[in-house]
Design a protein around this ligand. Structure first.
Ligand SMILES: [Zn+2]
Length: 406
């Protein structure tokens, strides 16, 4: 069966797969898309396996055997961000002006369409040579990277986190998959066909101030949690300025911290007894989220001391390491040379945003981020992907699948 990448992308956009964390009213979850993809793999004659990550949320992993023992992993997430405030039909999948429009067009159903179309072409041409391809269509990238983390546990030797055999099932035998440890990996994201070798990590948590309520006509009777929170916010801004003095990472710049939401108080005539903020702390490769969290918490507790006030930091709810470029440059150069082979530019770059790649990267699994379209169009109210980017990416994935590195 031959696929056309543009037609496939339109189909993928028309199947909503909004991450439940961003689904305010419309459809939520990846399940409908997972079922479609499973059907497509069946039509292509590719064996697959489903790995349940959360109830109703499954990774789908497929294998296309090659002639060499080398295993190349292609990973792409199924979920998208929400659709509130979009200026176009989010699930229209319309093509005009050389672009395909809709939620997920660029992040990252374009990359998914390119990978699937390339595989379909390799199958149709009965190209048996070269690497075994593992295609992993994962859940929950946009809010916690838990699909990719679950995927990587399939090959990890970490016995503290054993795989629940009931969580994996399909025509592909789990034992066969566990033997197919990848030697290199590509994570699809919109990189404009540049190859991302490094990016920052992130840790997020909430911080509370607790004081004592009183009638607002007698503020001295209470302890004002909002005043205390303003001290906390100021301390975090100071900390950010200090981070700005650090030596920058050559590809990723400096770590940053941002207070991104604030709420507090219960009414206009009450001294507030509680306030809460969200903290978003971006890390450079090599920093651990645990260390970064502890350092900032210690700084705040040093700076903020008010009578009658308790400052409480929740445990972090999101932790993702940065992607370091220590062992992936050779692999990245190979991919860039394939892009050069179709007369397009491609560079090795670092980016500020996070991806699934650190969850997959291991000392023996060089991992890079690569795909069609620009991150500038990701998550926007008129998301689109240029069709020429899609076609070029499909050709690159096809050449990689056939081991054509020049
Ligand atoms: Zn993405």
């Amino acid at each position: 069966m031959l696929l056309k990448e543009a037609d496939l992308l339109k189909q993928l956009i028309r199947i909503p797969s909004v991450n439940p964390a961003f689904a305010s009213d419309g459809p939520a979850g990846e399940a409908q898309l997972t079922d479609f993809l499973q059907g497509l793999l069946d039509e292509l004659g590719v064996r697959w396996l489903r790995q349940t990550v959360d109830p109703g949320r499954d990774n789908l992993v497929a294998v296309l055997p090659g002639s060499k023992p080398e295993v190349m992993l292609w990973e792409v997430h199924q979920d998208t961000v929400g659709v509130e405030g979009m200026q176009i039909d989010p699930f229209g999948g319309e093509e005009r002006e050389g672009r395909i429009w809709g939620r997920g067009a660029c992040d990252v159903k374009g990359g998914m369409a390119a990978m699937l179309t390339a595989l379909a072409r390799k199958i149709a041409e009965k190209q048996k040579q070269e690497p075994t391809i593992l295609l992993a269509l994962t859940v929950n990238e946009e809010c916690g990277f838990s699909g990719a983390s679950a995927l990587s546990r399939l090959w990890s030797k970490n016995e503290e986190e054993p795989i629940d055999p009931k969580s994996i099932a399909g025509p592909l035998e789990p034992e066969e998959l566990l033997r197919l440890r990848p030697q290199k990996a590509i994570v699809a994201e919109p990189t404009r066909l540049d190859v991302v070798v490094a990016h920052r990590g992130v840790v997020r948590w909430q911080c509370h101030t607790h004081g004592r309520a009183a009638h607002s006509s007698q503020p001295g009777q209470g302890h004002n949690a909002i005043y205390a929170m303003s001290d906390v916010v100021q301390a975090i801004e100071d900390y950010h300025q200090q981070l700005h003095q650090r030596e920058p990472h050559p590809r990723c710049g400096r770590p940053t911290v941002c207070v991104s939401t604030i709420r507090g108080g219960s009414g206009a005539n009450t001294v507030p007894e509680h306030a809460v903020i969200d903290i978003d702390h971006r890390l450079i490769p090599g920093e651990t989220s645990d260390e970064a969290y502890k350092q900032l918490v210690a700084y705040v507790s040093e700076q903020v001391q008010r009578e009658g006030i308790k400052v409480v930091h929740d445990q972090s709810w999101m932790n993702s390491l940065g992607l370091g470029d220590e062992n992936n440059q050779d692999w990245a150069k190979q991919i860039a040379s394939v892009v050069h082979g179709i007369d397009l530019p491609s560079q090795l770059i670092g980016v500020p945003y996070g991806t699934d790649a650190p969850a997959i990267m291991a000392p023996d699994i060089p991992t890079v981020v690569f795909g069609p379209g620009s991150i500038d169009q990701a998550h926007t109210d008129d998301e689109w992907l240029a069709t020429d980017q899609l076609t070029s990416a499909t050709e690159v994935f096809y050449r990689l699948a056939c081991g054509k590195f020049r």
